[in-house]
Structures are given as C-alpha cells and as structure tokens.
Write a protein that binds this ligand. Structure first.
Ligand code: NAG
Ligand code: NAG
Ligand code: NAG
Length: 421
C-alpha cells in the first residue's frame, strides 16, 4: 500500500492562456421549478409557501441510465422535494425537477418514509442509489433536527427503497454535519461499504451493507487547517474555517481487492489517504492513527469539495477558488510541492506537475458544487453559485445553475492526466 500512496501528488499546472470550454452545457436554470401533479397543485403550493422558487438551490448530482438526479437541501422554507431527477431523454434547457422516487417519499419531517434533506448521493454498480438524509431543516444556526440521520438505499430498477439505516447516536455529535457519501464496492453487491464524512463534527462514519451496522472513525486529519479557512469565490470574501473532512474518493482496486480512500477537509489545501482495509474493520476504530497518511499540499487557494475517481484512476475534483475542474492521474508519480517557484504571470516558470485543469470558466463555473462520472465515462458537473446564494443573493434574471458533461477522454486529452509514467 505504501508504494501506491507515495504516488501522490503534485505540482500544479494552471493554464493561464486559453479558456476553451470543453464541458458541454446540458441544462441551465435561472430559477428551479418542479413537476407538480397538476397546475392547480403548483398554484396551491406557491400560495401556501410550500414552494418558494428562489429558496431552491441544487447542490448534488448523480447519473443512472437516463436519469440525472438533482438534490436540493431544505435550507429554507419552500423546497417541495429534496431528491429529484430530470430525464436525459428530454431536450428542454430548463426542465422542471421530478421528485424521486415520489412526492410522498420527499415529505419533510416524515422520518420513517420521507426524505427531509439530502446533499450528495451516489449510484453504485449494483443499480442502487445511496442517499443520506440529514433529517435537518435550515442551515447553520437556523438548523432544526427534525429526524435522525438516516441512510436510505434505493433500487433504481424498481424505484423502491430497499433499506433505511438510522445512524447510531454514537455516530454523530452535537456539531455533526454529514453531507457527503462515498460507496466502496467489494467482491459482490453485498460486500459494499458506505463512507460518510462529518464535516463539522470531524468524523468518518462507515456503514457495512452486509452487517447493517455502522462505526465512526475520528482523526486529527479530519479537521480544518486554521490557515486555509479564507475563501474568495463569486466576488465574495468569506471564511469557512470550521469545515473539516468533506470530499472523498476511492482508487481502483489494488491487487488484494482493497482500495485507497482519499479525502480532504474543505478548509484545507491538503489531502489524506487510508486503506479501505482499515476503514472496513470496525476493530481498527481506536487503533489506526498511523494508518492515515498525509499527502502533499496542493498550494494556497486550492480548496476542493467534490471529487470522484474513475475505474482507471483518473481523479476529478472541483477547484472552487478557480471556477475550475481539476484532474490527477493516480498512476502518476508523486512529486514534492514546487509551488514556491510557480509564477502564474510568467509561464516559463511553471513547473510541469501532475495536477491539471480540465476546464474552467469564470462565469459559468462559479462554484462547481459536484462532479460525478456515469457508466459511459462521461464526467458531469453542476455549478450553482452557492456562496452567493448563502451569503448574498442570486440574480434570478441570470442563469444561476448549470449542468455540464463531457467524455472523460476528451476532457483529459492533452492534459498531464492522460499520460502516466
Ligand atoms: C444566526 O447567525 C446570524 C449571523 O451569524 C445572525 O445574524 C442571526 O441573528 C442568527 N440567528 C439566530 C436565530 O440566532
Ligand atoms: C438495518 O438496521 C435498521 C436499524 O437502523 C433496521 O431498522 C433495519 O430493519 C435493518 N435492515 C436489515 C435488512 O437488517
Ligand atoms: C481487523 O483488525 C483486527 C485488529 O487489528 C485484526 O485482528 C483482524 O484480523 C482484522 N480483521 C480483518 C478481517 O482483517
């Protein structure tokens, strides 16, 4: 494992010249709308403030067959459904969201059979959709915990929920905010584990599908870097300095069938790694300090939230400070940081490294909130101007939410991620 871990990271080449837009814009919205059962019900929802269009911000995506899933957290009043999809067979530019699997299953505060707030979701190779419901309404100091955190797994072929697992009390603490999920598939569909990152409570919750139980790792590497909590995005300056472990990705299987789990705190320019052999073993919860490995620093202002790796080890991640999507090929060797010599104003000084930018756009890619890969090896990206929504306001006369995709081989062509040594 050590050998593979050493392979990590990074010197960064940020092209300052042309902004060729390789990602293709598939959908875009000025404001979100939903497909209500009838026009009358939509009018009713609007009148009763069960639907307040400007309070809806899409944050997570996932793709399965012709469904493109879109999540909308219930941060404010008037979000009619938190888990939704749009059909990829439709060619409308701004389609209304369709609640998944149904309107009933999106009922706020219905802990047993509803979903209250969903952030990031994950489809696995066994046609299952993994959905963590935070059970919360509101955000930050307005948050109320209406239901316990619960993992919901849907069978995408039948559109039915096949499992609901309530996190144990010990899996969370009073600061918990668990918004992201990664899925680790083993030898078969039953040998599957989910990893859920506790961004504000600084933990990693592991769920075993086979055992239907969970455990929680804690580590100092889950915490934010106090020097990396300042952000400049979308024309706003703000501090997200309490934000710990968020982004997670898994390498392809190693020869022994395990993977390497790579994660980064949000307020950090670093990433860390650990073998899934450790995470999958509950008895290592209190005996794994030295198994967590810090990787090299990415350099200042390279915050990452969402990340995903394909089956060949091509890693994609959002560079939220740069309105960009980056890549790194996991087979490329590790190189210590040379950031001190990088001068973006003088390209001659740019040291060729192993991180690259596949695309960027200072308008359309403001806050690329999520990245996912579909079964045809397309990368999907959603941008949503989240900081402006949370800290200021959106201009609803403008396009605010966009979903893009492009084939992976097109994206990485002529980047350093396309070659490896
Ligand atoms: C929440 O925090 C914001 C700013 O941090 C403050 O303006 C607001 O009054 C607080 N609201 C409550 C309900 O405490
Ligand atoms: C899994 O555990 C949950 C407890 O959260 C329980 O309600 C459920 O019935 C269990 N499912 C299976 C398949 O064992
Ligand atoms: C889990 O960890 C314990 C303690 O290190 C070890 O004895 C055991 O063999 C491990 N289990 C597996 C399945 O690797």
């Amino acid at each position: 494992m050590q050998n593979h871990l050493v392979i990590c990271i990074l010197v960064l080449v940020l092209s300052t010249t042309t902004a060729t837009f390789i990602l293709e814009e598939k959908f875009s919205w000025k404001i979100l709308d939903f497909l209500f059962p009838s026009r009358t019900l939509r009018e009713y929802a609007l009148a009763r403030e069960l639907f307040i269009p400007e309070n809806n911000l899409p944050v997570g995506i996932e793709v399965w067959n012709d469904k493109l899933f879109v999540t909308v957290p219930r941060w404010r009043q008037g979000v009619p459904a938190t888990l939704n999809y749009i059909s990829l067979t439709h060619t409308i530019k701004s389609p209304p969201l369709i609640p998944y699997p149904s309107w009933e299953a999106n009922e706020l505060g219905n802990c047993e059979s509803g979903l209250t707030t969903v952030y990031r979701i994950k489809v696995d190779n066994c046609d299952r959709l993994w959905v963590l419901d935070t059970g919360t309404f509101g955000i930050e100091n307005t948050t109320t915990q209406l239901c316990p955190y619960a993992l919901n797994v849907f069978d995408l072929k039948t559109n039915t929920r096949i499992r609901r697992y309530k996190l144990r009390d010990e899996d969370t603490n009073e600061d918990s905010f668990i918004a992201n999920i990664a899925v680790d598939e083993g030898a078969d569909c039953s040998d599957t584990f989910a990893y859920m990152s506790d961004e504000l409570g600084y933990g990693l919750i592991v769920y075993s599908w086979a055992e239907n139980k969970s455990w929680r790792f804690t580590h100092s590497y889950f915490r934010p870097d106090p020097l990396a909590g300042d952000f400049n995005i979308g024309g706003l300056n703000f501090q997200w300095d309490s934000e710990g472990i968020f982004g997670m990705s898994l390498t392809p299987k190693q020869t022994d069938g395990s993977r390497i789990f790579i994660f980064s705190p949000l307020a950090s320019n670093r990433e860390f790694a650990i073998s899934t052999l450790i995470l999958r073993n509950e008895s290592r919860v209190s005996d794994s300090y030295y198994d967590f490995i810090p990787l090299n620093d990415r350099g200042p202002n390279f915050h990452v939230t969402a990340r995903v790796m394909d089956e060949y080890g091509i890693h994609f991640f959002n560079l939220i400070d740069k309105n960009a999507v980056g890549c790194w090929n996991y087979h490329n060797p590790h190189q210590q940081g040379f950031f001190d010599v990088v001068d973006y104003d003088n390209e001659a000084l740019i040291f060729p490294g192993f991180f690259d930018v596949v695309d960027y756009d200072n308008e359309a890619l403001i806050f690329p909130a999520d990245v996912k890969i579909d079964q045809y090896r397309n990368l999907w990206v959603i941008s949503d101007r989240m900081p402006n929504f949370l800290l200021s306001s959106l201009d609803y006369g403008d396009y605010n939410f966009r979903i893009f995709s492009a084939p992976i081989n097109v994206l990485i062509k002529s980047t350093v991620c396309d070659l490896y040594i």
